[in-house]
Design a protein around this ligand. Sequence first.
Ligand SMILES: NC(=O)c1ccc[n+]([C@@H]2O[C@H](COP(=O)([O-])OP(=O)(O)OC[C@H]3O[C@@H](n4cnc5c(N)ncnc54)[C@H](O)[C@@H]3O)[C@@H](O)[C@H]2O)c1
Ligand SMILES: [Zn+2]
Length: 364
Amino acid sequence: MSETVVPVDTTSRSYQVVVGSGILDTLGQRLAEACPCDAVFVVSDSNVAPLYLERVLSSLQQANLKTASTVVAAGETHKTIETYASILAAMAEAQLSRDSVVVALGGGVVGDMAGFAAATYMRGIRVVQVPTTLLAMVDSSVGGKTAIDLACGKNLVGAFLQPSLVLADVTCLSTLTPEVFADGMGEVVKHAVLASPQLFETLRQRPLAQDADPAYLVQVVSQNVAIKRDVVNADEQERGARQTLNLGHTIGHAIEAGDGYLQGHGHCVAAGLCCMARAAEHKGWAKSGLAARIESCTKAQGLPTTTSLDPNTLYSQATHDKKRHGQTMNIVVPTDIGAVELRTVTLDELRSLIESSLSGTEES
Ligand SMILES: NC(=O)c1ccc[n+]([C@@H]2O[C@H](COP(=O)([O-])OP(=O)(O)OC[C@H]3O[C@@H](n4cnc5c(N)ncnc54)[C@H](O)[C@@H]3O)[C@@H](O)[C@H]2O)c1
Ligand SMILES: [Zn+2]
């Protein structure tokens, strides 16, 4: 059993992210130590529950914890007020108190909804994240953001709630579809470009496969957790540095929406990252050759490096982005591997960046 513990200190809470292989059955004991409680309520979804819920419940029971659970329909389309309300009702039915703990067992959708239910039930109880997708392990379970969608937009209602413990068992990744695994890789490549030339080089030489050696999966996941932790720590309430986590997302979101959400988020982020790198290089903001390096790493992971959408579609989708401020937008520009800068651009500048992002750089 290989494992790495990444400690996270925030102003509201200090907790551990335990990343390991074959550690799911240790959840009960670790939870009992990290957050003594009167009951544990597990929230999972209809894909994850048949695979892992029994194991999680029996681990909790073996640690003498009182348990209850609810299973919601899987998928982003169910990250709604209705599902959130059904989780709260099930929590009340199970007579959870302020001393109880919610466990989110699933991908980012379950993590966000169970986290938001915990953040609001009785004005806030504790949550433990047990992420089962790569994206949830490297991204959504760390940082304390929780949210649900409204009909008119994603993640419009939410709260900050730092988890009391995160337990990521990389053996859970083996049951993901290849598309969902690759989606997580989009954020992994983003993290590497954002903060770690060493991780970038590792991935370029040895692309991370779903059936990789568990020790390698643990290494990559825990490095990603540390990168996200460091960015979030620098800026817990998202006023400055945390915006850098949006690297690849301005054009990525535009591709996602322009394509009618047919491609997964991480695929679009990867393409958006390559687009922004090309645009930055054309502008002379990035080191020459950067776009080609990012493209080669992205390609090696089986992720797209561009889009067939036209610049007008991308521009109109990008300017619907919630990160827009009046006539300007904040964008995150890669300048080298491990270096980015925040820039405020006018909408005209954004249009020209998008146009240039679709054509290759000299080196590519
Ligand atoms: N809170 C944050 O900071 C944050 C950050 C990034 C993304 N998010 C949110 O995360 C969500 C996306 O997360 P996601 O990509 O994990 O999607 P997801 O939770 O929908 O999981 C993807 C699919 O995989 C299934 N699944 C999960 N684990 C599995 C496993 N081990 N084996 C087999 N199937 C499994 C799920 O049932 C689902 O069908 C979005 O709603 C996004 O807004 C939140
Ligand atoms: Zn993302």
